[in-house]
Write a protein that binds this ligand. Structure first.
Ligand code: LLP
Length: 440
């Protein structure tokens, strides 16, 4: 079982998470159910923030809200003094609805639409991370139209390969994101931006990938960017205020994963940045980072009810749950691995190996292969760990399965923060071809 700071077993043999009996939560709120331990999110946020403070480095820790965006979550991020990274009008709208401080919102994306850029300008958010030449042009036109100036960072692809799954690797040269550093595109972008009366270039941004367990890639990227900064300081008198090194800090999904503590990532990266800035005679820029997964990933779990089972003698035992790739697409998409327990039978001995199947009409809808568990019963509660990042945010309505509810738990108190989707919700955008007698 994955070690959880706040996971325990109570006298009934039930799993306790964030101080609450999860079997009771499943009974009260139904399943599938996402449950977040709020104290853990706060701890992670403080782990990043306090380390910068301790090292005396001016910083912004921006929550990458793509990992899990909801009004309550963004309010929690604000309570912890985090900034916010949004990548779409929808994420920005959620931030506005959460009353998130606008000057602390950063807008990302490789194809921001005119509407999205206008929205960012109208709300006067903190900065736009410009990704490409088309956006550079478009943003200036819109600023001119609105007679506004905007803070920008330039997103640079440093040509650094991080050790992670191919689909979540973004810092390498052959990437859809950012201005390429090696071919000189970044320098061209900088020249254009510096000439513009509408753009205030705060500095550079890079993001090398996701679920990264070591700091070599971050340090290499920082070194490359700082070297360029020094070069451009000489050439263009460009004095960058900000170096944004993105997110990507890994978490422990299973015992095979070996991530660092948030503080260690920050300490090692800052050590390198300080060394390089001294070497290159640069003023230490403000350091921004954008963790998503590492703030919410292991602070979330999903509860399911066990339903049908199929035993193919000498082959495999399947155990089906009342969710699947509709609430967690990561195993199907990335071959992601998870650990799970039967939450109402925590003290029972492990007797079987079962494979956890989702309920979607697709053979690939398998959540976990070969999970050791006590002999499962129908209606037992399965708790899958570490589903807090890219779970709800990538949930979908395949097979018209309603999206689950989300609960925050703190000091044993549960609070509903996203309602379960209803069947009515599922058809609310549908328009009929014929009017049935019932609806007439
Ligand atoms: N900043 C930028 C510019 C990003 O593109 C990302 C993630 C982050 C920050 C946050 O990365 P994190 O700290 O969460 O690793 N759906 C995939 C992950 C995609 C990540 C996309 N970008 C998954 O489920 O693993």
């Amino acid at each position: 079982m994955v070690e959880h700071a706040s996971a325990a077993i109570n006298e009934k043999g039930h799993l306790v998470f964030g101080g609450a009996d999860v079997v009771e939560l499943a009974k009260t709120y139904g399943t599938p159910l996402y449950v977040y331990d709020v104290a853990m999110i706060r701890n992670r946020a403080r782990g990043f923030k306090n380390t910068f403070e301790r090292l005396g480095v001016k910083a912004q820790v921006a929550y990458a809200s793509k990992a899990f965006s909801s009004i309550a979550m963004l309010q929690l991020a604000d309570q912890e003094g985090l900034s916010l990274d949004v990548v779409s009008a929808g994420e920005l709208y959620t931030a506005i609805k959460a009353d998130f401080p606008r000057e602390k919102i950063h807008f990302h994306g490789n194809n921001k639409s005119e509407e999205e850029l206008e929205m960012a300008l109208d709300y006067e958010i903190g900065c736009i991370v410009v990704d490409n030449f088309y956006e550079l042009e478009l943003l200036q036109q819109l600023c001119k139209k609105k007679d506004k100036q905007v803070n920008v960072l330039l997103r640079v692809t440093p040509g650094v390969e991080a050790h992670t799954h191919d689909y979540i690797l973004t810092g390498q040269e052959d990437s859809k994101f950012g201005f390429d550093l090696n071919s000189g595109q970044s320098e061209d972008a900088l020249k254009m931006a510096l000439c513009s009366p509408y753009l205030n270039v705060l500095g550079l941004h890079c993001h090398i990938g996701s679920q990264i367990f070591e700091t070599t890639g971050f340090k290499l990227a920082a070194k490359k960017l700082l070297t360029k900064m020094a070069e451009w300081k000489e050439k263009y008198q460009f004095q960058p205020e900000v170096l944004n090194l993105g997110g990507g800090f890994g978490i422990r999904y299973t015992s095979e994963d070996d991530p660092l503590e948030p503080s260690r990532y920050v300490e090692e990266i800052i050590h390198e940045v300080k060394q390089q800035t001294e070497l290159l005679h640069l003023t230490m820029p403000e350091i921004w980072i954008e963790p998503g997964r590492s703030l919410v990933g292991d602070a979330g779990m999903t509860l399911y009810t066990i339903g049908s089972m199929k035993d193919i003698p000498e082959v495999r035992k399947y155990m089906a749950i009342d969710g699947g790739m509709s609430d967690n697409i990561r195993p199907a998409l990335y071959d992601a691995k998870y650990e799970a327990v039967i939450a109402n039978r925590m003290n029972d001995p492990v007797e079987e190996t079962v494979s956890v199947a989702g309920k979607c009409c697709e053979s690939g809808d398998m959540l976990i292969w070969d999970l050791p568990v006590p002999k499962p019963n129908h209606k037992d509660i399965l708790a899958v760990f570490c589903t807090g990042a890219y779970g709800y945010s990538m949930a979908n309505n395949y097979n018209r399965i309603p999206r689950p509810a989300v609960i925050f738990v703190e000091n044993g108190e549960a609070r509903l923060v996203i309602k379960r989707e209803s069947y009515e919700d599922l058809v609310k955008l549908d328009l009929p071809l014929t009017v049935s007698v019932e609806n007439a």
